[in-house]
Design a protein around this ligand. Structure first.
Ligand code: C5P
Length: 322
């Protein structure tokens, strides 16, 4: 028998059709990352370097709110630290992610995308990639596309090598350009301080300097990460600290020698380990606990060896709808 309330059309639309309508807005968050190990091979014919890249997602978040528009435009707004350095046109990874979702789904609707920045701009923590990841997840929900994580990772990969990892989250190793991901068993909980430099470094410039300093690149051998993988599996923070590695430190420190001072200071303050995050110039400091992290953050800023510093722990999950 028909239900007189639930089966009566509302404005010509049945309740079941109403359920298919998009929500009024969707907010999604995606994490930044630190590279526990970044090994760089020689430049290939496409102008890229093959990598073995061990990522950990850390609790520094980009947040995107997607709201439908009545026209077909994609309009970005941004707030948060470094917002004025974020380009708002077609080059922005958020716009490019929205266009990629339109192409993949056939949806042509316009959308407002509001970015709340938490990950430092141009800092080597994949803030732009996190924006793209959050956009893919938000539009998947807003447009009710029900694409799987694997499909979103496939759509996100051409946008930037770190986009799939921001969707994936946790601790993982990436091969190739860093986007063929395998989850790693990580039983630890890691407290990080990220020391930010006032001026960013361009990833392309850091790789170009790498080519000058190490023309053939390094031979890529995953067995070099074995000690790291075993320490992660044991949840042995000290063991992880001993096995952190980043081949981009050489070019990045060469281009920004002031970073040595940040590293020395962090070591003097009892850091378990200090290394460059990604292509830099953010310095990642691994510490023993949450109190040590707060002390380290305040002391590094006080000493004037960084512009500001963030505390975060990892691993955290990949991009999700809030
Ligand atoms: O991935 P993303 O667009 O951030 O890379 C910026 C630039 O860094 C690339 O255009 C390339 O010059 C360089 N790069 C590279 N090898 C990689 C990743 C980036 O040479 N694996």
């Amino acid at each position: 028998m028909n239900d007189p309330v639930f089966d009566s059309p509302i404005g010509g639309v049945t309740p079941s059709e109403l359920n298919r309508f998009s929500p009024a807005f969707v907010t999604a968050r995606a994490p930044g990352k630190v590279n526990l190990s970044l090994r760089v091979g020689g430049l290939d014919q496409h102008g890229y370097h093959p990598l073995i890249n061990v990522f950990q997602a850390v609790g520094v978040w980009e947040e995107i709110t997607a709201t439908p528009r009545v026209d077909d435009q994609i309009v970005l707004t941004v707030q948060g630290p470094g917002a004025r350095y974020v380009p708002l046109g077609e080059t922005n990874l958020v716009t490019r992610a929205a266009r990629a979702m339109q192409r993949a789904s056939g949806v042509r609707d316009g959308v407002n995308l509001h970015i709340v920045k938490g990950v430092p701009v141009a800092g080597g923590m994949a803030g732009g990639s996190a924006d793209a990841a959050a956009t893919l997840v938000a539009l998947n929900a807003l447009w009710r596309l029900e694409l799987s994580l694997e499909e979103l990772m496939r759509i996100g990969a051409p946008l930037g090598a770190d986009v799939p990892f921001s969707l994936f989250g946790g601790t993982a190793v990436g091969f190739g350009r860093g986007d063929e991901l395998t989850a790693l068993t990580d039983n630890g909980h890691y407290h990080w301080v990220f020391a930010l430099r006032s001026r960013g470094l361009s990833t392309a410039d850091v790789f170009a300097r790498f080519d000058e300093l190490v023309p053939a690149g390094h031979e890529l051998d995953d067995s070099a990460n074995q000690g790291l993988y075993e320490a992660l599996e044991r949840g042995d923070v000290a063991g992880v600290a001993r096995n952190l590695h980043n081949d981009l430190q050489l070019p990045s420190f060469d281009m920004a020698p002031d970073l040595h001072l940040t590293v020395e200071h962090a070591k003097d303050l009892g850091a378990l380990a200090v290394l460059l995050s990604g292509s830099g110039p953010t310095i990642a400091v691994l510490v023993s606990d949450a109190d040590h992290a707060l002390m380290m953050r305040d002391a590094l800023v006080e000493a004037g060896v960084c512009m500001s510093a963030l505390v975060a722990s990892g691993p955290v999950r990949g991009a999700y709808v809030v």
